[in-house]
Ligand binder design. Structure first.
Ligand SMILES: Nc1nc2c(c(=O)[nH]1)N[C@@H](CN(C=O)c1ccc(C(=O)N[C@@H](CCC(=O)O)C(=O)O)cc1)CN2
Ligand SMILES: [Mg+2]
Length: 297
């Protein structure tokens, strides 16, 4: 039987709607809208698309969007000065600097300059540390979105074998942490892992976040596994195509015959990233205004 397709796009639309209701409630209590500031440096085409989507989604959810577009040759001092100004702006609850930054800018220094209480991306070391020791902070949007899809599909993850492929600070490590917090038995696999197919074979849950097109093959998977594909890779254009197809890190067509459920690319994890960003922003607004965070978020 073909695997169930986990519809991240529909789940994200529903989450954005719930966030919109919370944003309206926040506005009525606080007398102002929740606000998100997004900073884009340079003209990376994909980043421009994501920043535009974030702006549209923020406004559609009834929140204030502050967009800052800076030229590619912006100095680090100027970027840090902008972040400092946003840290001190009471209308701004969440701050996000779109990644990747141009090469001359130090990502870590820029992330470190964001106030941890406005770090709705959850990338600041303070928030990474809070996640590691089980304190409440901000959790990176993509892994939190993956957890929401897994909880919706599987309910209790307790005792399940989870294999996360990829160890980035933004996805792999926080993902493993969240799975551990949900009482899964977690393995992080990476480029030096010996016999990756054998490691993946024992997983009830596979999270692929390596950034290599269709690397995870159907025969690596355990029958009935739940597969979360974080990869977004564009293939070279085939004959007659203007743009190549978007594919994930998993060979979807093959995996469909083995897995119980799988996220597609596009339309799986990707849309969750922006929906969770809005969720984190409403949470930030409540905390910054000294209001209780609604349980349903
Ligand atoms: N500061 C940040 N930078 C980056 C993040 C992030 O969370 N914070 N994540 C990615 C980019 N990203 C959001 O910023 C993002 C990526 C993909 C999608 C998405 O919905 N993808 C679609 C396909 C889109 C397409 O057609 O190209 C999908 O998977 O269905 C949303 C947001 C890196 N930078
Ligand atoms: Mg850099």
């Amino acid at each position: 039987m073909a695997a169930e397709r986990i519809d991240g796009k529909a789940f994200a639309a529903n989450l954005r709607e719930r966030v919109g209701a919370m944003a309206a409630e926040f506005e009525s209590k606080a007398g102002r809208k929740a606000g998100l500031a997004v900073v884009l440096v340079g003209e990376d085409p994909a980043s421009q698309v994501y920043v535009r989507s974030k702006h549209k989604a923020t406004v559609a959810a009834g929140m204030e969007s502050f967009e800052h577009r800076l030229p590619a040759d912006t100095s680090e001092a100027d970027l840090l000065a902008l972040v400092e100004q946003l840290n001190g702006d009471d209308a701004v609850d969440g701050i996000l600097v779109q990644l990747p930054l141009p090469d001359h800018l130090d990502d870590q220094a820029v992330i470190a300059s964001i106030s941890p209480d406005k770090d709705v991306d959850g990338f600041h070391v303070t928030n990474a540390g809070r996640l590691a020791v089980g304190q409440s902070g901000f959790v990176p949007c993509t892994p939190l979105g993956c957890m929401m899809l897994l909880a919706d599909r599987l309910g209790d993850l307790s005792g399940l074998e989870a294999v996360v492929i990829g160890r980035s600070n933004i996805v792999g490590k926080p993902m493993a942490q969240l799975l551990l917090d949900a009482n899964a038995t977690v393995t992080i696999a990476h480029s030096r892992t010996k016999d990756l197919p054998a490691v993946v074979k024992r997983a009830d849950i596979v999270v692929a976040a390596v950034g290599r097109a269709e690397m995870v093959k159907a025969e690596w998977l355990k029958e009935g596994a739940t597969v979360i594909d974080v990869g977004i890779n564009r293939l070279p254009p085939a004959d007659g195509e203007e743009k190549g197809r978007l594919v994930g890190d998993v060979d979807y067509a093959g995996a469909e015959g083995v897995a119980a459920a799988i996220t597609p690319v596009p339309g799986g994890v990707g849309p969750m990233t922006i929906a969770v960003l809005l969720r984190n922003t409403v949470v930030a607004a409540h905390r910054n205004a000294g209001l209780d965070v609604p349980e349903t978020l």
